[in-house]
Write a protein that binds this ligand. Structure first.
Ligand code: CP3
Length: 345
C-alpha cells in the first residue's frame, strides 16, 4: 500500500510527527458568526444537516478560517435514530427531543437498519461535495454515535445527566435493550460504510456516555459494539482508519484500541496526558485532550496547557484536539491562539 501523505492519515498510520496535526470537535458550530449566519439561512439545525450544499459550507468554514488539518462532516449522531423511525426535534436553548423506546412495542415500530438510507442519503451527498471541495492536504472525517450513546437518547427521549432511563431499561428489560443496541449497531455499520463510499477518509465513533458504563457493562455495551463496527468496516473497506471516543472511560482507555481494532483513541480531558502517554499511546495514536473551557478563557493558561499536552505526547503518534466539543460561548481568537501554540512547537 502507498504511504499516506496527509498529516492526519500519517498519524493514524502510527507515525510520530514533529508537530501534531490538529482539528477540533464541533469546529463548525455556534461560536463562529459565519456558522450562525448559514444556520439562519437554513432555518433550523436539522434543515442545515439535511441540506448538502449548506452542510458542506459550514464544514468548510473552520477550514477556511483556521486551516485545520481535518474537516469533520457536519451532521449529528441523532440522525440515525430519526432514520430508524424515531421522531426528532431540537428545542432552542435546551437540546434534542425524541420519541422514546421503553417497550417491545416501541422497538417493534422501528424500521430495519437497511431502510436508513431513505433519510440519510443527503448526508452522503454532503460527503461527496466535501471530497471534491476540500483542500488537498485536509482529511475528511465522517462519524456516527456509538450504539450505547445513541441508545441513551432513544430510550430517554432527550439528553440525561446520568443516563438513568437507559440504565433502567438495561436492568429491567434486557432483551429490548440489547435488541435496540443491536439495531443501532447494524445501522451504524451501514451508515459509516456509505460515508466511506462517498469519500470519508477516516471515521470516528462518538461514545459520549461510555463513562457511565462500569465493569462488564462497559465491555459488553461500549467495547463490544465498537469492535463489531470496526471489524465490519475494515472487512468492507480494508485500511480505513477508525477513531474511537469512549469518553470518560478512565482506566478502560487502556487496551481499548487493541481490543476493538481502533487506529486511534480520542481522550477526554479528565485523563492526565502524561499518564495517557504511558498507558494508552504505547498502543498507537491518541487524540486530544485540551479542556474546551480554555477556548472560553484563553490567555497564558491556554498556552501552558496546550504546550504541556503536546510535550506529553511528543514521543508517539498524536492528533491534537480538545477533550470534548467547543462550546458556543468560546472566543474564535482563542482557537487561533491554540493552533499557533501547537504549530510553533
Ligand atoms: O464536530 C463537529 O463539528 C461535527 C458535527 C457534530 C455535531 N454534533 C453538530 C451539532 C458532531 C460530531 C456531533 C456529535 C454529537 N451530537 C454528539 C457526540 C459528541 C458530544 O458532543 O458528546 C452528541 C451527544 C450529539 C447530540 C446533540 N446534538 C446534542 C446533545 C445537541 C444539543 C446540545 C448543543 O450543543 O446544542 C446537539 C446539537 C448540535 N449538534 C449542534 C451542532 C453544531 C448545535 C445545534 C445548533 O446549531 O443549534
Amino acid at each position: 500500500m502507498t504511504q499516506p501523505t496527509k498529516t492526519i492519515l500519517r498519524a493514524l498510520a502510527g507515525e510520530t510527527l514533529p508537530t501534531p496535526p490538529i482539528w477540533m470537535m464541533r469546529q463548525a458550530g455556534r461560536y463562529l458568526p459565519e456558522y450562525r449566519a448559514t444556520r439562519a439561512q437554513a432555518g433550523d439545525f436539522l434543515s442545515l444537516c439535511y441540506n448538502p450544499e449548506l452542510a458542506a459550507e459550514v464544514t468548510l468554514q473552520p477550514i477556511r478560517r483556521y486551516g485545520f488539518d481535518a474537516a469533520i462532516l457536519f451532521a449529528d449522531i441523532l440522525l440515525v435514530p430519526q432514520a430508524l423511525g424515531a421522531d426528532l426535534w431540537f428545542v432552542t436553548g435546551e437540546g434534542p427531543r425524541l420519541s422514546t423506546i421503553t417497550s417491545q412495542a416501541d422497538f417493534d415500530a422501528l424500521k430495519p437498519a437497511s431502510d436508513i438510507h431513505d433519510t440519510l442519503s443527503p448526508i452522503y451527498e454532503t460527503v461527496r461535495i466535501l471530497s471534491r471541495e476540500l483542500p488537498k492536504e485536509t482529511t475528511l472525517i465522517g462519524f456516527a454515535g456509538a450504539p450505547w450513546t445513541v441508545a441513551t437518547y432513544m430510550i430517554a427521549g432527550r439528553g440525561t445527566p446520568d443516563q438513568g432511563p437507559a440504565h433502567a431499561l438495561k436492568d429491567e428489560n434486557r432483551p429490548v435493550f440489547e435488541a435496540l443496541l443491536h439495531r443501532i449497531t447494524e445501522a451504524t455499520i451501514d451508515y459509516l460504510s456509505c460515508q466511506i463510499e462517498a469519500g470519508a477518509e477516516v471515521v470516528k465513533v462518538f461514545d459520549s456516555w461510555a463513562g457511565s458504563l462500569k465493569g462488564d457493562d462497559f465491555d459488553k455495551y461500549a467495547l463490544e459494539p465498537a469492535k463489531r463496527i470496526i471489524v465490519a468496516l475494515k472487512e468492507k473497506h480494508p485500511g480505513i482508519p477508525v477513531i474511537a471516543f469512549p469518553r470518560e472511560a478512565g482506566e478502560k482507555y487502556v487496551g481499548f484500541a487493541k481490543a476493538t481494532g481502533a487506529d486511534c483513541v480520542a481522550l477526554d480531558n479528565s485523563v492526565d496526558a502524561i499518564w495517557a502517554a504511558e498507558h494508552v499511546q504505547i498502543d498507537g495514536c491518541v487524540q486530544g485532550n485540551l479542556a474546551s473551557r480554555h477556548m472560553v478563557t484563553g490567555g497564558q493558561a491556554l498556552v501552558n496547557e496546550t504546550r504541556a499536552i503536546v510535550e506529553a505526547f511528543r514521543k508517539g503518534p498524536h492528533i491534537f484536539n480538545l477533550g470534548h466539543g467547543i462550546t458556543p460561548d468560546a472566543d474564535p481568537e482563542n482557537v487561533q491562539l491554540m493552533i499557533d501554540t501547537v504549530r510553533a512547537m
